[in-house]
Ligand binder design. Structure first.
Ligand code: NAD
Ligand code: UD1
Length: 344
């Protein structure tokens, strides 16, 4: 199958490319490298021993998207491209609406023009907002608490409307919980450009000596040990969910939102302990005040993914920490800067 992958050079994109290539799909990656390194795509080629088309372009540029889709004529699109930093979205909401919402509208219009009617979209569990009950199932009310989350909820709505108006269209909105970990080779992984916002990359940078200590944001939550609980999902399992969603979209029409998580919660202290076991030394941490906007617990109901996608997570927290540590210790400063790896 021909698959057009926006944002394919990023963290989740690169892990998904490897599985798509292994399954024999023909790919075109469309990325503006605003939060990714071209070296990541070079490594995907090396690891897979396969090649694919690559277009450096911005989803806000409707003309560039139209040309790329018309040239490649895909059977399906996987849409990862987007900005994802909650704090930045509070400071620059219009940038987020333009990039994530306008960019997605442009993409659907270009798909229409190219006759492509299948899309898998990277949504987020953040669309649920504060938990009214747990685990979050897909019928939980949608009430995001920040501009980033609102862009995801808005794009879900746009795609649902597009699906209704487009004969035979098929869309899968994957609501990721907390993606972590790296490929087993240690050659690709998460490479935050600034100070990491998320727990796992921060822990990884403390473990490798890039940062002094971890702030644990609150130990007075109503959880097992007082620290926040999340549903961490191995990025390799998450990548597999995209292949399952593509297969589903070939046998079904309409629009479905589907959680992608393990259904298990892990506290901050439990994750730190697992990371210490993986890296073999203590991780310096102290208890800091709660982070504003944080919830105590978040984890997924997984029945819909199992039923519709025939997919479930296989890897556990030890696999997540071990693979993250392999990536981080082999690449302490992330991907090297190599502009020559960029090609059109
Ligand atoms: P990432 O930043 O590593 O990847 C996003 C990719 O999109 C990058 O390669 C970036 O250069 C590209 N991109 C951004 N804006 C673009 C634009 N205007 N035009 C073309 N390319 C553009 O992030 P990721 O963690 O791989 O996340 C992928 C998707 O999954 C995002 O949409 C994100 O919001 C969503 N998501 C991520 C998480 C997470 O914790 N990582 C959780 C839920 C949802
Ligand atoms: C954050 C985002 C959410 C996004 C998700 C995945 C916020 C408020 N929410 O969620 O919108 O979908 O990332 O990208 O930013 N923690 C620490 N110390 C740290 C970092 C985190 O103790 O340095 C704790 C947090 O308080 C939380 C847990 O670790 O309990 C996980 O945090 P994080 O990785 O940022 O994910 P979320 O809070 O789920």
């Amino acid at each position: 199958m021909k698959v057009f992958v926006t944002g394919g050079a990023g963290y989740i994109g690169t892990h998904t490319l490897l599985q798509l290539l292994a399954a024999g799909h023909e790919l075109c990656v469309f990325d503006n490298f605003s939060n990714a390194s071209p070296v990541a795509l070079t490594r995907v080629r090396q690891l897979s021993n396969r090649d694919f088309a690559q277009v450096e372009g911005d989803i806000r540029d409707a003309g560039a998207l139209h040309r790329a889709l018309a040239d490649f004529a895909p059977d399906a699109v996987i849409h990862f491209a987007g900005l994802k930093a909650v704090g930045e979205s509070n400071e620059k909401p219009l940038l987020y609406y333009e990039n994530n919402v306008t960019g997605s509208v442009n993409l659907l219009a270009a798909m229409d023009a190219a006759g492509c009617r299948r899309i898998v979209f990277s949504s987020s569990a953040t669309v649920y907002g504060e938990a009214q009950y747990l685990p979050f199932d897909e019928d939980h009310p949608i009430a995001p608490t920040n501009p980033y989350g609102r862009t995801k909820a808005m794009v879900e709505g746009v795609i649902a409307d597009w699906t209704k108006a487009t004969p035979n269209a098929s869309a899968v909105l994957l609501r990721y919980f907390n993606p972590v970990g790296a490929h087993e080779s240690g050659r690709i992984g998460e490479d935050p450009r600034d100070i990491p916002n998320n727990l796992m990359p921060f822990v990884a940078q403390v473990a490798v000596g890039r940062r002094e200590k971890l702030s644990i944001f609150g130990d007075d939550y109503d959880t097992r040990d007082g620290t926040g609980e999340r549903d961490y999902i191995h990025v390799v399992d998450l990548a597999a969910a995209h292949l399952a969603a593509l297969a589903y979209s070939a046998r079904a029409t309409g629009c479905e939102a589907i959680n992608v998580g393990t259904g298990q919660s892990i506290t901050v202290k439990e994750l730190v302990a697992a990371y210490e076991a993986a890296c073999g030394h203590a991780i310096s941490a102290y208890i800091a005040p709660r982070r504003s906007g944080d919830v105590a617990s978040s984890y997924a109901a997984t029945a819909k993914a199992e039923q519709l996608l025939k997919w479930r997570a296989e890897l556990n927290v030890n696999d997540m920490c071990a693979s993250s540590w392999l990536w981080q210790s082999d690449n302490p400063n992330g991907y090297p800067i190599d502009v020559s790896a960029r090609r059109r």
